[in-house]
Design a protein around this ligand. Structure first.
Ligand code: EPZ
Length: 428
């Protein structure tokens, strides 16, 4: 178990290159096993979630060859099993994309039910609704989801909840299903579009990704492809918030500014300066920030995965801000940690009310989940004095070389084995 040791209070400045999108890569890697031909995926983020999914894919017999830390070559031709070991699902929920991929390719799949997690119950009812609508028989027993289908047929599905995971899982199950499948009320995140673009590069026939309705005409097989993952919208947004919270000046390279519009709009609203170029964005924050209201929404609204980072920025904004979490039911666990630093935040239901303070003070912190861990790192770098952050394994699930990129920007941050500090609070 490692922890970050941080000396905060410095304005961070310089350049950072954003990596491939974790949440696009997870869907794309699952999709890649749907062809027996060779697929090469480039610009993969080298983070633990990706590495665990690659282990799960190799675990069912697919061929996985790491060409370098950001490139993998795969083939589904050698798959020997349709059962995904539960250890992988417990480690990363998104292994459940193999449910849609294996059902779509081989007509059956068994994956462990991913439990809820720190940010909410995260049920899978919409995933199962879509697979059943396609004609699969899906049962949940002994903590496993078992899906099989003699024959699936294209159908018309209306999702009750806008769900990234359900949209991707149903798309995977439908791409090789005979007939036309129409999925309504789908998620429109950039990573949905990336998965659809990748599948189309393999010969799928998907239209409408990025809109409310996706239309899929089933094809009999998918073929080889070489594909590069889009830049990570959330990693970019995290560094944008870091620039503002530390009153710094950071140029983010390898971004798609359009994917960052909701984040940019909010940061400009509170007084930051944001300059967009074709594939880079520069964020400069010099004067005291203003308060604002934030409501997380499905894309293109303000992303829930940016909620903890934005709330952290607002703890330093003059005035009273509110942050409303509309997507998950329990995504304010990090507030208890910010209070240790002198932040003034009170949470009522799904609303955090934040009274800005002049400065935060370093403290001993515990990361409760991935994005909260990133937010606490921002807080510690903005605060005066020393902080430690434990459970950084959460952060390493979604941020490649986080402390290295931060040091490049002038941060005083090191990673060290956890020293005794009493029982770790927060979520195991
Ligand atoms: C994806 O999770 C992301 N994870 C999450 O990012 C992200 O927060 C979330 O989408 C929302 O953008 C990956 O892509 C691997 P959802 P997912 O299904 O697919 C409810 C991160 O930090 N729901 O869009 O699980 C659900 O409870 C992670 O990288 C149902 O009710 O999210 C939630 O309230 C954290 N039934 C809402 O929908 C279902 O069948 C949105 O969830 C599915 C979801």
């Amino acid at each position: 178990m490692n922890e970050y040791l941080i000396e905060g209070g410095k304005a961070l400045a310089g350049e950072v290159t954003i990596g491939g999108a974790k949440n696009a890569a997870l869907g794309i890697l699952a999709a890649a096993i749907m062809t027996d031909e060779e697929v090469t995926i480039e610009n993969l983020p080298n983070v633990s979630d990706i590495n665990v999914l690659l282990e799960a894919i190799a675990g069912i017999g697919a061929t996985v060859k790491r060409l370098d830390e950001h490139t993998v070559r795969m083939s589904g031709r050698t798959i020997t099993s349709e059962t995904v070991d539960s250890e992988y699902i417990q480690k990363i929920r998104a292994s459940y994309y193999l449910l849609g991929a294996l059902l779509g390719k081989r007509g059956k799949a068994t994956v462990a039910m991913p439990g809820g997690c720190n940010i909410g119950a995260r049920p899978m009812d919409q995933h199962l609704k879509g697979l059943r609508a396609l004609g699969a028989e899906v049962v949940t027993e002994n903590g496993f989801i078992k899906a099989k289908a003699e024959e699936m047929r294209g159908t018309h599905i209306f999702l009750d909840v806008v769900s990234v995971g359900a949209t991707i899982n149903i798309m995977l199950a439908a791409v090789m299903t005979q007939g036309m499948t129409i999925i309504e009320n789908v998620a429109k995140e950039p990573h949905i579009v990336d998965v659809a673009n990748f599948l189309n590069s393999m010969g799928a026939n998907i239209k409408g990704a990025g809109t409310d309705v996706i239309r899929i005409r089933g094809v009999s097989q998918l073929h080889a492809s070489t594909y590069s993952i889009i830049p990570d919208q959330i990693e970019a947004g995290t560094f944008m918030c870091l620039a503002v919270a530390t009153k710094g000046d950071i140029l983010l390279k390898n971004v798609i500014p359009k994917h960052l519009e909701a984040i940019t709009a909010k940061l400009v609203e509170i007084g930051a300066e944001v300059r967009e170029n074709d594939d880079s964005i520069r964020v400069v924050a010099t004067r005291r920030l203003r308060a604002t209201q934030v409501k997380t929404r499905v894309y293109p609204g303000f992303p829930t995965d940016m909620q903890p980072q934005m709330a952290t920025v607002l703890t330093l904004s003059r005035g009273i801000s509110t942050v409303t979490e509309s997507i998950f039911e329990n995504r304010f666990l990090y507030v208890a940690e910010l209070l240790k630093m002198g932040a003034k935040v009170s949470v009522e239901g799904n609303v955090a009310v934040i009274e800005g303070v002049e400065e935060l003070a370093g403290a001993a912190l515990d990361a409760p989940d991935l994005r909260a861990g990133a937010a606490l790192t921002i807080a510690a770098l903005a605060a005066k004095g020393k902080s430690t952050i434990r459970q950084i394994e959460y952060i390493e699930r979604g941020y490649e070389n986080f402390e290295g990129k931060l040091r490049e920007l002038g941060a005083s941050i090191t990673k060290q084995p956890v020293k005794g500090r009493g029982k770790a609070s927060g979520i195991a």
